[in-house]
Design a protein around this ligand. Structure first.
Ligand code: PLP
Length: 371
């Protein structure tokens, strides 16, 4: 028999905030008896597009589906290479594999965790068809630099902004730059619909195509003009999303205040993600601290968990994942991503987290560092 000890969680890792109005919005849809994609979804799309500064939003069942719909709409498939960061949540890379294209992994900047035009350039080949860049923890990449690089080499540009709703780059919202941007509405995100996602674009043709793709490629009634799948969101989720969207500005402020509190408390003891000047709003979907090395990270992690502070270790880069290291072997070295993956620890942060909970997490993390 194994000797397992249950520790009760005092500070949850990413608590969502579902209030009475959010629940009521869902109940009204259930009472209406129209629960699949309908009027609520159309309104959610309109409101999301307006908030993010894009012409169109296409809502789907999750962020991974949004990535696949974007890649399919851009006609990316077998024979194509797509530049993707190795330092990401695995959905980014898996969506490329799912459409039959080849992910070409790119290292990240050691301070921002994001890819740069220079790093992308180092992996460019004649087969490169697209760039799928990720705003890590929601923090925008150097969008102008990457867009200029994409334009120069005639590449499709897709932004994995799964974590980036509400983010600002040079004073403008992520999603307002014309290329395709995907968002996730997963439970832990700033605008949660439990599961959900969308693609933002200014291109009407792509928007129409993605609406077909999310519905088996259907154009008219039972007329299937393209490959697609059932990637639809429900009206129950869309109604909750509409209700949550109203809180986004407040959630951005709250998260920034909680991150300030963490950074004041842990200053000089750990490192933080570097925020370049072009980032005008960081949504802080995740808050990581970077320790000296893996041994210190694992020691601190064990101690804080033992004291009820829930955490996640930083993403292990894609090229080190058991499945992907064989599939994507021999793609070169990724020293920055590897070091960050070993040293990173994500502390609690969520829409329902309180300053008292952060104060406790800071105190316990300091104890762990001193022990
Ligand atoms: C960077 C990134 N891309 C894609 C996704 C996939 O989103 P979803 O979980 O909604 O499918 C996530 C989810 O956390 C993510 O963090």
């Amino acid at each position: 028999m194994t000797n397992t000890k249950t520790v009760s969680i005092k500070v949850p890792w990413s608590p969502p905030l579902f209030e009475e109005a959010d629940l009521e919005s869902a109940i009204q849809v259930i009472r209406s008896c129209w629960m699949t994609q309908g009027k609520q979804t159309a309104a959610f799309e309109e409101e999301t597009a307006a908030l993010c500064g894009s012409k169109y939003a296409v809502a789907v069942c999750n962020g991974t589906a949004a990535l696949m719909a974007a890649l399919l709409a851009c006609e990316i498939g077998p024979g194509d290479e797509v530049l993707v960061p190795t330092m990401t949540f695995i959905a980014t890379v898996n969506s490329v594999i799912a459409v039959g294209a080849k992910p070409i992994l790119v290292d990240c900047d050691p301070r921002t965790l994001n890819v740069t035009p220079e790093l992308l350039q180092s992996k460019l080949t004649p087969k490169t068809k697209a760039i799928l860049f990720v705003d890590v923890y929601g923090m925008p990449c150097d969008i102008d630099g990457i867009a200029a690089f994409a334009k120069k080499h005639n590449l499709r540009l897709i932004e994995d902004g799964a974590q980036a709703i509400g983010a600002g780059y040079k004073g403008k919202p992520v999603g307002s730059f014309g290329h395709l941007t995907i968002i996730s509405f997963h439970m832990a995100k700033l605008v949660p619909t439990v599961e959900g996602g969308c693609i933002l674009t200014d291109d009407e043709n792509l928007a129409v195509r993605m609406k077909q793709i999310r519905n088996h490629g259907m154009a008219g009634q039972y007329q299937f003009v393209a490959f697609g799948l059932n990637l639809r969101i429900t009206d129950i989720q869309s109604a909750m999303g509409r209700s949550q969207l109203k809180k986004l500005a407040k959630m951005l402020e709250l998260r920034q205040a909680l991150v300030d509190q963490y950074q004041d408390g842990l200053k000089g003891l750990v490192e933080f993600q570097h925020v370049p000047d072009y980032v005008t709003t960081h949504p802080h979907m995740i808050f990581s601290v970077f320790l000296k090395d893996r041994a210190q990270r694992d020691r601190v992690n064990a101690y804080v968990k033992e004291h009820g502070v829930d955490t996640r270790i930083c993403w292990t880069p894609t090229h080190l994942q058991p499945y992907h290291k064989t599939l994507l072997a021999d793609q070169g070295a990724f020293p920055n991503a590897e070091k960050l993956g070993e040293r990173g620890l994500s502390l609690p942060l969520g829409n329902a987290l309180t300053p008292e909970e952060v104060a406790y997490a800071v105190r316990i993390t300091k104890e762990a560092l001193a022990s």
